[in-house]
Design a binder for this molecule. Structure first.
Ligand code: CP
Length: 318
């Protein structure tokens, strides 16, 4: 019988072990264990560990990287995947989030991967299901798998995150990527500089984690950095706020000239999707220091490790 936790009158229900809802409350050791497991993932195993398991991908927002790499990761582990998107599903007819996730559990989901425009939607789903729930990005809250793949990417080029100077430039306020990255990098002792206009970087951002530094000029922010993470201007989350893109480009666009201020071996990162000519130039997106494509590639082993952990399949997917 399927156990669905509908009782909202009792104590807050436990969340299924193996869920990944955010980085904020994860221990550094747990994060490191996931990153090490990702490095051991082998998509060509003869006995895939999730054979016969069902991974339901529930996407209420557009996605290319996260959706495709979770799907490829699940299939590489032998799982069956089903994609449900808000468009073309009964969500369009008014079905609630909880009724939707109950339905997906009832058809046999073993893991739910969910992207939603509202912060906390994955947590709500996890509180009402008896299966692991993976947050694939919730509103302006967290995008934990992105932070993990970004840390994984950095650690393929640098020995440690401890003491690294990581600069994040752009629309930090609306960015779940930035929020998860800040939580993760600060747990490992990185020095983080945030840069953006006041609308995208309120002073209170400094309270997100200890040791954060705010900079209003991209030149100051990038100078001496070991990694520069550029973020997209999230027009879909501006909620009527008007920003001058011309002014943004002038002051904050990461150009080849500005990137030269970083260390010679600095990594140029971007979670994607990139908008060439806005937050960065094409020259920067495709430069030798750019690891943008590598970040996407690393999404597969990292998400394999997340899914294997979700079903308790050990540190190397066994
Ligand atoms: N980085 C990221 O989440 O990209 P998608 O929106 O394409 O999944």
């Amino acid at each position: 019988m399927i156990a669905i936790r509908k009782d909202q009158t009792s104590n807050i229900p436990a969340i299924a072990p193996g869920s990944l809802l955010g980085i904020e409350h994860m221990a550094a050791a747990e994060i490191m264990s996931l990153l090490k497991a990702a490095a051991r993932m082998n998509p060509r195993r003869s006995r895939p560990p999730l054979r016969g398991k069902r991974v339901l991908l529930l996407f209420y927002e557009p996605s290319t990287r996260t959706r495709s790499s979770f799907e490829i990761a699940a299939k590489s582990l032998g799982a069956i995947t089903t994609l449900v998107q808000s468009s073309g599903s009964s969500i369009e007819k008014g079905e609630s989030l909880l009724d939707t996730v109950y339905t997906l559990r009832a058809v046999g989901a073993d893991i739910l991967v969910i992207r939603h425009p509202n912060a906390g939607a994955p947590l709500l789903a996890a509180r009402h299901l008896d299966i692991p729930v993976i947050n694939a990005g919730d509103g302006m809250h967290e995008h934990p798998s992105q932070a993990l793949l970004d840390a994984y990417t950095i650690l393929r080029h640098k020995k440690t995150l401890n003491g690294l100077h990581i600069t994040i430039v752009g629309d930090i306020y609306h960015s779940r990527v930035a929020r998860s990255a800040i939580h993760l990098f600060s747990k490992f002792g990185a020095k983080i500089t945030l840069c953006g206009p006041a609308d995208f970087l309120p002073e209170l951002a400094a309270s997100l984690a200890p040791g954060l530094h705010l900079s209003r000029t991209v030149e100051d922010a990038v100078r001496g950095a070991d990694a520069v993470m550029v973020l997209r201007v999230q027009k879909e989350r501006l909620a009527g706020k008007k920003i001058s893109l011309q002014e943004y480009i002038l002051k904050y666009q990461v150009t080849a000239e500005r990137l030269k201020l970083a260390k010679k071996d600095a990594l140029l990162m971007h979670p994607g999707p990139i908008v060439r000519g806005l937050e960065l130039t094409s020259e920067v997106a495709d430069c030798a220091q750019s690891v943008i494509v590598e970040e996407v590639q690393n999404g597969v082993p990292v998400r394999m490790a997340i899914l294997a952990r979700a079903l308790g399949k050990g540190k190397d997917g066994r």
